[in-house]
Design a protein around this ligand. Sequence first.
Ligand SMILES: Cc1cc2nc3c(=O)[nH]c(=O)nc-3n(C[C@H](O)[C@H](O)[C@H](O)COP(=O)(O)OP(=O)(O)OC[C@H]3O[C@@H](n4cnc5c(N)ncnc54)[C@H](O)[C@@H]3O)c2cc1C
Length: 424
Amino acid sequence: MAAGKLKKLAVIGGGPKGVAIAIKAHALNKVTSRRLQVEIFERDEIGSHWRGAVGYTDGEQELCTPAFRDLGFPYTPEKRVPAKVQDYCHAELSWSAFKVADGTYRDWINHGCPRPTHGDFADYLQWAAVKARCKITQTDVTGLEPKGSKWTLFAGAGRSRISLGDFDGVVVTGPGPPRNARATPHPQIFDGRDFWSRTDEVRAALKNALPDDEIVIAGAGGTAAAIIAWLARAGYKSHPIIVVSVQPTLFTRGESFFEEDLFSNEAAWAALSPASRKLFSERLTRGVVWRAVMPQISKMSLTFVDRRMHAIDDSGAGRRGQVSLIAQDHLGARTPFPGAIVINALGFDSWWFLKLLPTTAFPFGVSETAQESLKQGMNRHLAFESGWTLPPLHAPFLAEKIGPGFGSLLALGDMSNRVVASYI
Ligand SMILES: Cc1cc2nc3c(=O)[nH]c(=O)nc-3n(C[C@H](O)[C@H](O)[C@H](O)COP(=O)(O)OP(=O)(O)OC[C@H]3O[C@@H](n4cnc5c(N)ncnc54)[C@H](O)[C@@H]3O)c2cc1C
């Protein structure tokens, strides 16, 4: 390859997706003549969303997916990312290689290959990033500006805004902030991110409550389930839990071969009609709870209320200063549901990255219809294409049209193949 043609790719976020892409580029550079430079920009530390220090988890919960679905899974070659790259990743950077390196492989096998905790998973990400000598810059990316066919990344704001360099493409990762996140915390109101870093406040609020005071939760997906499982483990079984959601119950997801296979079987996925793809994604990736957490949840007293969260009333007007979730039914009627604590577990804003783009990019914002059409117009490299006039921006977690596993940990190896293949 001629000098000066080296492509540079920026990844915002040092979670599993960022590390999977960076180690794939490392393997390519190591075992082929192809060259790609990847730089991870991470505001905290590698795997921070999995350690428990900044929310999203307490770090002690078990991963729902088995550890074998690691950074390179399923190790399938791609036209431009040959088998020897996959072999290198498997031999050097897989979960098994990590367990061998830290001396716990035999133990892990003899215990029946238990699922790692989120904290253990973060250790694996950190180990792989160090072993593959990933280039990591610790900073909060605050802006992306197009410069010809490239992006310039920025950190800081106003007069202290600085350029982080120019890149041929950018990958955005991470679930984003909670939907309807509060600007200021309230001692009885929590969300799917801050619940985990504020469990002392949860305990304090429940200590001040009567034993049978309600806990009110908005949402009936994986975030709500993880929180209910924590409440069970922490001993709050006497509190009735009101789950306000537009789905009638907690739907569970098993791990049958046929379901699992479709997450990383690209040919089978490509053969499906758009309607079947939508059905699969809605059935298996949205508002579903992994079977592993159900035994804990089943011990709790749950009442499902078929309504949509409208707002949270924090005026303390309820009995004994309770806060209330205001829920709206399908006819628009609103009812307050008071509780000792209220938890917004409605999920996260996966379009969070729009706030990084210049206002001129979408002067009138991006409506839900426009979001859907941008998702439908994504190319096979998980980048926006149809209706997109900016430099390449990859958003794997919005790429369910291309493959159902790209939003999660189910096919990190296929996801990274597709992203890096667009630069080599
Ligand atoms: C606690 C938790 C458990 C989950 N468990 C499973 C599971 O078992 N199986 C499964 O398939 N899926 C699971 N998911 C869902 C999904 O797989 C993940 O949300 C997603 O794949 C996480 O990978 P990621 O690399 O995109 O993001 P993350 O791991 O969330 O990493 C994003 C990183 O980006 C950084 N960041 C964000 N904004 C900026 C910025 N502006 N500048 C710099 N850095 C920034 C953050 O600090 C963070 O470290 C889980 C999600 C969470 C949050």
